[in-house]
Design a protein around this ligand. Structure first.
Ligand SMILES: [Ca+2]
Ligand SMILES: [Ca+2]
Length: 307
């Protein structure tokens, strides 16, 4: 039988005894116990005290069982509460550490951005220096070439001009020199005491082709590798070409298909360092007729000084 059942039975017995003690038949009409029942009541009270003692013992046993059953649970609850507090403290520390890490990360990112900017600036400066070095190297080579040509021409041509037989030629090869129309190109030559070049022999054609080869490879577009020469159609005489010295063209070194007077608007002649887009390279076929207003490079010639 369970302790709880024992307690219930004891309480039941207690109630029965109590009822017997306070039964109405045991009292006189004025509410006092009858004299012949006093001894019996004292005995009953003794039994009641014994019963209470037993109940008390039963409850003590019950309490011990309950304590034994739920004590570990209470200890676990205490332990879990302690763990929970610990986890809360750890979580708080982690949030604080995360905020500090974020602050450090932002500072580092700012440093990286600053360094990246400095690196970009340094790279730009380096590229600019490299460009200046390449430009200076080009100028040095051009100067060296001019000196060599001056020496080779024995001073008969100006520095930067090339001598062929008794004629000096000027080639504005540098990309820094702006392109000009046929008329302005001629003006530029005249200001130097020269005029646009006349190419009236195979020897001159070969010599000039060789001199302008630098542009054959450096310029991407064919039409930008042209050099105006002293040859144009006579006024209102389509198809009649004449040199600036007044002589008619007898031998031309036209590219295949040229002159074609494209759009009825091509009246000036130029020599090209790159092969015609519709033909393979042929040093004896490098001329084209083009609109005189086109901006190209040009070739000047002047008589060399006497040897
Ligand atoms: Ca024409
Ligand atoms: Ca043409």
């Amino acid at each position: 039988m369970e302790n709880s059942d024992i307690s219930k039975n004891l309480l039941k017995g207690f109630k029965g005894t109590y009822n017997e003690l306070i039964c109405q038949d045991d009292f006189s009409t004025d509410g006092h116990p009858l004299p012949n029942r006093q001894d019996q009541q004292q005995v009953s009270l003794g039994m009641l005290s014994a019963l209470l003692l037993v109940v008390d013992i039963g409850l003590g046993v019950q309490y011990s069982k309950v304590s034994e059953k739920y004590g570990p649970l209470y200890q676990n609850l205490t332990h879990i509460s302690s763990e929970l507090e610990h986890l809360r403290a750890t979580h708080s520390n982690m949030i604080h550490a995360k905020e500090e890490a974020l602050t450090v990360l932002q500072k580092e990112l700012q440093k990286v951005n600053k360094t990246s900017g400095q690196l970009g600036s340094a790279k730009h400066t380096g590229m600019e220096l490299q460009r200046q070095v390449e430009s200076l190297q080009g100028q040095k080579m051009a100067l060296q070439s001019s000196v060599n040509e001056f020496v080779e021409s024995c001073g008969r041509c100006l520095p930067g001009w090339k001598l062929l037989n008794s004629v000096c030629y000027y080639f504005p090869l540098s990309n820094s020199i702006p392109l000009k129309t046929w008329d302005r190109s001629r003006d530029s030559c005249i200001k130097k005491g020269a005029d646009l070049a006349i190419i009236n022999s195979e020897e001159k054609q070969e010599f000039i082709n060789k001199a302008i080869q630098a542009l054959r490879y450096s310029s991407g577009s064919w039409h930008l590798t042209g050099f105006w020469i002293g040859l144009k159609e006579e006024e209102d005489k389509e198809g009649t070409w004449a040199w600036l010295d007044g002589t008619k063209l007898t031998q031309g070194y036209w590219a295949d298909g040229e002159p074609n007077d494209d759009m009825n608007n091509e009246d000036c002649a130029a020599i090209y360092s790159k092969n015609h887009p519709k033909a393979s390279w042929d040093a004896m076929k490098t001329w084209n007729d083009a609109p005189c207003r086109y901006a190209l490079k040009w070739i000047c010639e002047m008589k060399a000084k006497a040897a």
